[in-house]
Ligand binder design. Sequence first.
Ligand SMILES: *Cc1c(COP(=O)(O)O)cnc(C)c1O
Length: 395
Amino acid sequence: MTVQEIIDLEQEYVLGVYSRPGFVLERGAGCTLYDSEGRAYLDCAAGIAVNALGYDDPGVNQAMQEAASTGMLHVSNLYHSAAHARLAQLLCETSFADKVHFSLTGADANEGAFKFARRYARERGHEDKYEILAFSNAFHGRLFGSLAATPRPKYQDPFKPLMPGVRFAQFNDLESARSQMDERVCAIIVEPVQGEGGIYPATQEFLLGLRSLADEYDALLIFDEVQCGVGRTGALWAYQGYGVEPDILTAAKPLAGGLPIGAILMRQKVADAMHKGDHASTFAGGPFTTHVARHVVSRIAEPAFLAAVEEKGQLLRDLLEELNSPHVLEVRGKGLMVGAELDIETGPLIGKAAERGLLVINAGPNVLRFVPPLIISHDEIKRAVAIIGEILQEL
Ligand SMILES: *Cc1c(COP(=O)(O)O)cnc(C)c1O
């Protein structure tokens, strides 16, 4: 099929909620994707911060083969499997958590976390303690509960009514958070580094303040690390770079290197509030995805791997600064989660970058987002920034 035939076919049969560029991806290797006409693209999008080990990684391929060789792609949560138990063990041993529950996406991990927080409050006899405190610019997902905690009118308005009981405070503003807090709040949810909202790292003071606020009101502190978790910031978990522990942490995007999986990590006191039959999912935690995820997490958890992420992130931020472009207002982020705020819309720039063989994405209308595979090399980082520099200069 030609490129145009594939695009026409898609437009005829696929719901049009995405606008996609005019090429068709065919294969990937390392940090490079190739389209059907053989053009190469250096990928700084990584499937939206998902493909942490890039494409065609030998270790991931081997883990998939091992998992496939059992013939057991799925068994449901009605039965035991070793892969499921061993991934949960690894996630607990590398974090604050005592227990893990798996989900399929970031949004359903967050909604599971909301349910656990309500259950925890009820278990302690607080019938009216069910509200959620979230923050400006947050992104927690597109289901009715997670969307209710994602304060963007464009995403919310066409689908109202959403889950009731969500209130908002200003991100990185402790006074604002305090003014929204009362006995009815069962959980505070925050991204330690906001992703979709424009790559805004929380301050340590803010997260520490939220920790005390949650404790003061016996509410749970939920860190949404769906985007910033699993090595992205140079720490395995973003909270570890802040020295502030949550009660619940949600993860998803990169957890199985590209396969769909989410996880809710929690303290024992949260686990104690959940009882048999309280929550469930048909597909979550299956032996295939959990076996692959264990390989991915154990690779990324290596101290040398994480140190390289930190160092390469610094290089990326430094090179973007050194462009000295009048269009770049601010460069921010942590590790390989980097945003460049521009004084122009990112759309045309992203299109031009693709024409020159670079895939980048936006985070809001004016922020160029770099979330490359964590295995990206120094040379690839230099090449990516050089392409952006050329385009900015021509504007
Ligand atoms: C992407 C994202 C989600 C939603 O994850 P899905 O897998 O798309 O449901 C939630 N929270 C954050 C911080 C995200 O970046």
